[in-house]
Design a protein around this ligand. Structure first.
Ligand SMILES: [Zn+2]
Length: 369
């Protein structure tokens, strides 16, 4: 291990030791502000803490570069999923993992470390580079809430690299879905189940009839639909007066996601009315589908940067959400890069040090290209 590699590992171990579950990112935000300050970069913080009732805002900064090159935005989120408190990273045999009691938090500290380490190298080398803008959002793990309240008008970049993908460094996501969650409330009428069941309207019966007709799982080539929870009824001897059904829909085609919701709602309404029950439906759009052209500059630069350091680039789709959804929704063409993390959102999360180094090499290339 050379000095540069040791510093990368050290920073990773330091940042993954900090508690940073969503809405509790204060300590890691402060650590990153400090890391950037040491590099002579002044970081700023927006008002996301206030807007989201958390304890830290989105952290952003920039490093000026050559004016004839397009600026790019580099981003990784600050928060981790649960269980993320009391993390103790364990480094052995070229791998860093958690102690098995919490997540490691490589999601997304790996990205943060690769970005900061690449900048450190570039500043040290004195090499000419493009302008870079940095954004470290809070609360990504909660439907990208931090990135959704950021004011993108303060950024110059029209292209972004969001380091927040599992797997070996060299793959990138250019296509991701719309995700909407829904809640359907079926209202029936309570009655004594033994003495006068004919006076009641059974909301659970209405729900069952509808759910039996709704196609779930992979409903077409681009979309999934899932009913995730169902709650209803008060007691075994009461005709159930209410039943609440919650679920989500994902689709690579935004309008298709909305259409699937409307089709589903129609089935609930038809079946509920067949037993005299009423239906209320609500949905929330969390992220909107995007697809970045393979021939666009942001993708071409990624491919060239990979090739110049001996990585085989791979472009793919993902059915998950990331802050990159918010970038694309705000006019910044972004793609998601893998930063080497594995088994994320589990206590078996780990990263190979080799990938941390490659990720740093790749970010450095993108900045220098
Ligand atoms: Zn993540």
């Amino acid at each position: 291990m050379n000095n540069d590699e040791n510093e990368i590992i050290e920073l990773f171990l330091k940042l993954t030791s900090i508690d940073a579950e969503s809405f509790n990112e204060r300590k890691i935000a402060d650590a990153i502000i400090e890391e950037l300050k040491v590099l002579g970069i002044e970081a700023h913080e927006d008002d996301a803490a206030y807007k989201l009732s958390g304890n830290a805002g989105n952290i952003y900064a920039s490093l000026e570069g050559e004016s004839d090159k397009d600026p790019v935005l580099l981003s990784s989120h600050l928060d981790t999923v649960v269980p993320g408190n009391g993390k103790k990273p364990v480094f052995e045999n070229g791998i860093i993992k958690s102690d098995g009691k919490t997540v490691l938090g490589a999601d997304d500290v790996a990205g943060i470390v690769e970005i900061i380490s690449a900048i450190k190298r570039i500043i040290k080398s004195g090499k000419k580079h493009r302008k870079i803008e940095l954004l470290f959002p809070v609360a990504e793990e909660v439907y990208t809430k931090g990135a959704s309240v950021f004011d993108y008008s303060i950024l110059e970049s029209k292209e972004a690299y969001c380091l927040d993908l599992s797997g070996d460094v060299g793959s990138a996501v250019i296509n991701a879905p719309t995700l909407i969650s829904f809640e359907i409330i079926i209202k029936g009428k309570a009655a004594h189940a033994g003495f006068a069941p004919w006076e009641g309207i059974n909301a659970i019966e209405a729900a069952s009839k509808a759910i039996a007709l709704i196609k779930q799982g992979k409903v077409d080539d681009n979309s999934t639909l899932n009913i995730g929870t169902i709650n209803g009824g008060n007691a075994t001897n009461i005709v159930s007066s209410e039943c609440v059904i919650k679920g989500e829909i994902r689709s690579y085609i935004h309008d298709r996601a909305l259409e699937l919701y409307e089709d589903m709602l129609k089935i609930f309404k038809t079946e509920a009315s067949s037993v005299g029950a009423d239906v209320q439906g609500e949905y929330e759009i969390h992220i909107i589908a995007y697809k970045v052209d393979e021939k666009s500059n942001v993708v071409k630069r990624f491919i060239e940067s990979c090739e110049s350091i001996g990585l085989k680039p791979e472009l793919r789709s993902s059915f998950g959400g990331s802050d990159n959804h918010q970038f694309n929704a705000n006019g910044i063409k972004g793609i998601v890069l893998s930063c080497g993390m594995e088994n994320v959102h589990t206590v078996n999360e780990y990263i190979k040090v080799e990938n941390l180094i490659k990720g740093t090499d790749l970010v450095e290339q993108i900045i220098l290209s």
